[in-house]
Design a binder for this molecule. Structure first.
Ligand SMILES: [Zn+2]
Length: 387
């Protein structure tokens, strides 16, 4: 399975992945998901928000146990963030079938759409729409760098953007969701463990800062006459670092859009995206408020996810089924976190990442650890499907 997808959306020069939602690479990955479902005789469904579900058994009869993740990537991302959870879900099902296991309740494999938000700026679009956390009108109006709206992109992919929004029927099918994911940190390295289980996801969010100025000629406009939005943006980036250190949280400006984006022009507009997160919600909020005041920019909240504590009973059950895996918090957002915050019992299994590097072509997990992840996931699914 890994060999069938590892070339899809890969940049030949950097070896990083470019798997924007609804891009040709993403559409190929979705087709691959459908083929893997068909090969196993699973019932493939695409919900109104573009999420894919492959069912063994009928979830309308009884809510099922669902596992899976996503197939899209950040730009220049790694191979494991997302696909490891989907491939491991199919592999765990194969392992259980090879042992002659028959689930007492339906078993589903999920592929959530646009988890990373690389194209439209908002992460976990598929699960946020499914749960009603993201307003469908707002989603339809989201624009990519080309100026195409999500509604237009969906229509181009043969989907109906009018169907977006909270999907009660699909939600009813999910009795419990377990997402396996490559760890994005080195906690498991330090604990000398191959797999772990998530305790909580830190509160985190994204804000768009629009710095307005006046576009003009870089050679003929005197410094004194310029209204250059790059300057307050630069000051804000430096201030964000200091404020983050002071508040004990993380703050990152990792994406900008400059207009007109010419080497010989003073920009007229700098849009920059702040990602802020941390263990203490009040500290994150205080940092963002301070930056909004300091920057003088026009600021739009693009997403905010309060702290997600995964269901403690489920978490302990998953940790036990996974062979006594350690329980650890994470600073990364996931579809499992969105579902948990919407009241769906959810859990996460992490696979060790030797360097901790993620959202980069260097992201890696050793084969033996990936296999340990599949074994653990199969045990978890077997346990949850048994009753
Ligand atoms: Zn991910």
């Amino acid at each position: 399975m890994w060999g069938a997808i590892e070339h899809l959306g890969r940049d030949g020069r950097t070896r990083g992945y470019l798997r924007d939602a609804w891009s040709p690479a993403d559409l190929e990955l979705r087709r691959w998901f459908g083929q893997e479902a068909a090969r196993r005789g699973l019932d493939l469904r695409e919900d109104r928000n573009g999420n894919l579900w492959a069912w063994w058994g009928d979830p309308s009869a009884r809510p099922g146990v669902v596992t899976g993740s996503h197939l899209d990537s950040v730009r220049q991302g790694g191979a494991f963030d997302g696909p490891l959870g989907v491939v491991s879900a199919f592999a765990a099902l194969d392992l259980l079938r090879a042992r002659g296991f028959r689930p007492a309740r339906p078993l589903g494999i999920a592929c959530f759409t646009d988890e990373e938000g690389a194209r439209f700026g908002v992460p976990c679009v598929g699960s946020r729409l499914l749960t009603g956390i993201l307003d469908p009108d707002r989603a339809r109006a989201l624009k990519d760098d080309e100026g195409d709206s999500l509604a237009e992109v969906l229509r181009g992919a043969g989907r109906d953007p009018g169907g977006l929004g909270r999907d009660e029927e699909t939600l009813r099918h999910i009795g419990v969701f377990v997402e396996l994911h490559v760890e994005q940190g080195q906690d498991l390295v330090h604990r000398d463990a191959q797999v772990g289980v998530a305790s909580a996801i830190w509160p985190h969010g994204r804000w768009r800062f629009d710095f307005h100025g006046q576009a003009n000629h870089a050679g003929t406009t005197r410094l004194a006459d310029r209204d250059d939005p790059m300057l307050p943006f630069a000051r804000t980036v430096l201030h964000a670092r200091q404020a983050a250190e002071r508040n004990g949280v993380l703050a990152t400006f990792g994406k900008t859009r400059v207009s007109p984006n010419n080497a010989n022009a003073v920009p007229g507009l700098v849009s920059a995206w702040l990602d802020a997160r941390g263990g203490d919600e009040n500290a994150v909020r205080a940092l963002v408020d301070e930056l909004i005041d300091f920057s003088g920019a026009e600021v739009t909240v693009e997403s905010w996810t309060p702290v997600v504590d995964f269901d403690a009973v489920l978490r302990e059950r998953v940790a036990a089924a996974a062979g006594g895996a350690p329980v650890l918090p994470t600073g990364a957002g996931h579809d499992a976190g969105i579902l948990a915050s919407a009241g769906v019992p959810s859990a996460m299994v992490f696979v060790r990442n030797p360097t901790g590097i993620s959202h980069s072509p260097e992201e890696h997990a050793d084969r033996a650890d990936c296999h340990a992840g599949v074994t653990a996931l199969a045990a978890v699914v077997e346990d949850l499907c048994a009753s």
